[in-house]
Design a protein around this ligand. Structure first.
Ligand SMILES: O=P(O)(O)O[C@H]1O[C@H](CO)[C@@H](O)[C@H]1O
Length: 194
């Protein structure tokens, strides 16, 4: 498990990123959504990375999951976004994790919107749970690469090349933002004697 290898190497914080479709109709392509929570839809079907024998050296058998995404890191990320002038594109919301690789149907998107999801994707939640279980602080965000189709009269179709294009367009500002967050984590680790 890569996250556990990181833990063995002394890593204390996980920063995870993903591309995601925007379910919240106020979200625009190119927005960045700080993950404040997730819906582990894969987990509903028993596909949770913590299933199976639990070696207590990694963490306890049963863990709470209401604080996976560290509040202090989220607040700091918002402060840094304001400082570098990117707060107009920064959101905070709930990510729903599906298995893919097919994109979602209109009925699925409508269901997830009603269930409180703001963005949808096919990654991140497994790594976040593993890291939190092992005592790491987790920060995760989604780059909204497309607005999900939620209407039968909308002729657009989700596609991977659009996802890659939006990712490339936002790479500059994301490097600056993540650089600021890493610097904050470096100082925090230094203060805590790591
Ligand atoms: O979550 P990441 O790996 O960023 O990628 C997202 O983009 C891909 C679909 O275009 C899917 O893999 C989805 O999860």
């Amino acid at each position: 498990m890569p996250v556990r290898v990181m833990k063995l190497c002394g890593v204390t914080h996980l920063i995870a990123s993903n591309a995601a479709g925007g379910i919240n109709e106020e979200y625009n392509e190119g927005d960045i959504m700080i993950m404040k929570d997730h819906i582990n839809f894969m987990g509903f079907a028993g596909n949770n990375p913590l299933v199976g024998f639990n070696d207590e050296r990694w963490g306890p058998r049963f863990i709470p999951a209401n604080k996976v995404y560290d509040k202090g890191l989220r607040e700091e990320a918002k402060r840094i976004a304001t400082k570098i002038g990117m707060s107009p594109i920064v959101r905070e919301g709930v990510y729903v994790f599906l298995g893919g690789p097919s994109f979602e149907t209109i009925a699925e998107i409508n269901m997830f919107r009603i269930c409180g999801a703001n963005a949808v994707g096919m990654s991140t939640v497994g790594e976040a749970l593993m890291a939190y279980h092992a005592g790491m602080k987790v920060f995760a965000f989604s780059l909204i690469t497309n607005k999900c189709v939620q209407d039968y009269d909308d002729d657009r179709e989700a596609n991977h090349s659009e996802v890659l294009d939006v990712g490339a367009k936002r790479s500059g500002i994301l490097k600056k933002w993540i650089g600021g967050i890493v610097e904050y984590i470096r100082q925090e680790c230094h203060q805590n004697g790591y």
